[in-house]
Ligand binder design. Structure first.
Ligand code: DQA
Length: 147
């Protein structure tokens, strides 16, 4: 399965940004962690990060023709971007929402995900492992498709 892993605004600041929330590991560490999952699961991944909403929308649309699925950590766009919600609804491939932190246990504004209903599932609060759970979900979905 070819999976595009997308990370939104400020995720490039991992390790520097609020380590008490997001941990001490860097964005490069996250990329390496995701790459290491390629030896554990039948997947090929490309991992990208952007601080720009429009680029995230372009990448979701691009994935439709070039990948089997998307794992999306939309960062703060999660909480207010109907443009990203519409982009996810526009594509025919599954999109899994992930977050490092548990957004339901943080500030009030983070408790709402406006993209949630467009995604096949959400994994949050497991740090880097949220991405792994997202991959497992996609592989499970593919097995069910084959039945
Ligand atoms: C985040 C949670 C968001 O609320 C926040 O804006 C982020 C990261 C997470 O991975 O926990 O940038 O998506």
């Amino acid at each position: 399965m070819n999976i595009l892993i997308l990370n939104g605004p400020n995720l490039n600041m991992l390790g520097i940004r609020e380590p008490e929330v997001y941990g001490n590991k860097s964005y490069k560490d996250l990329e390496e962690y995701i790459l290491s999952l390629e030896s554990e699961y039948p997947i090929k991944t490309d991992t990208k990060q952007t601080n720009y909403e429009g680029i995230l929308i372009d990448l979701i649309q691009f994935a439709n023709d070039n990948y089997d699925a998307v794992i999306l950590n939309a960062g703060a766009f999660t909480h207010y971007s109907y443009g990203i919600y519409d982009a996810i609804k526009s594509v025919n491939i599954p999109v899994v929402e992930v977050h490092l932190s548990d957004i339901t246990q943080r500030e009030e504004f983070r408790k709402t995900s406006v993209i949630k209903d467009a995604c096949v599932n959400t994994f949050m609060g497991f740090g880097f492992e949220s991405y792994k759970k997202g991959i497992e979900e996609l592989l499970k979905g593919r097995e069910n498709d084959d039945c």
